[in-house]
Design a protein around this ligand. Structure first.
Ligand code: CMP
Length: 156
């Protein structure tokens, strides 16, 4: 099936507010597989590459400062068609308007301080994975519970 990976960051406001465990828990309960996890301080170069489509926007300097206020928690989650599933769990950018039940909808109020990042497509997920993880930080292992997370057809 169409197994995808999605990069999730818990941003500095999520770290300060003590929401790392809560956020990881939501992805674990969903049935996704954690294949990468680290605490990392993002550099100017990494952020300019990461947010290349926002680089010329007026809010970019503030976005960069915000993303460097503390280290971030970077995670790589894997699952069948998981990019859209992760985005639904995260909710829309402006947290105060995000759907109740989503991470931003339940836990945030801000458009900038929106707690979390998630990849928006297959190509951006690969790019973001390569920005934050080295090859030996990405793991390939069997998760036995998957026989109860997906049907046989979905796993084939
Ligand atoms: P995200 O959608 O994950 O990626 C781009 C980030 O830029 C976004 O989360 C917010 O953290 C931030 N952002 C988006 N729009 C604005 C804005 N108008 N002002 C400040 N920050 C913003």
């Amino acid at each position: 099936m169409n197994v995808q990976q999605s990069v999730v960051l818990v941003k500095p406001d999520g770290i300060q507010r003590g929401l790392v465990g809560e956020i990881i828990n939501r992805f674990e309960r969903k049935g996704l597989k954690l294949v990468g996890l680290k605490l990392t301080q993002l550099t100017d170069e990494q952020l300019e590459d990461w947010y290349v489509h926002h680089k010329d926007k007026p809010f970019f300097p503030k976005l960069r400062n915000y993303m460097q206020m503390t280290p971030v928690v970077a995670m790589l989650w894997e699952g069948v068609e998981c990019i859209d599933a992760v985005r639904k769990l995260v909710g829309i950018t402006k947290a105060r308007e995000a759907e109740a039940g989503s991470i931003r909808g339940d836990l945030g109020m801000s458009q900038q301080m929106n707690l979390i990042h998630a990849s928006d497509g297959v190509e951006s997920a690969k790019k973001e994975r390569d920005i934050v993880f080295t090859k030996d930080e990405v793991f390939n292992y069997q998760k036995d519970i998957e026989i109860f997370v997906y049907s046989e057809e979905e796993r084939a």
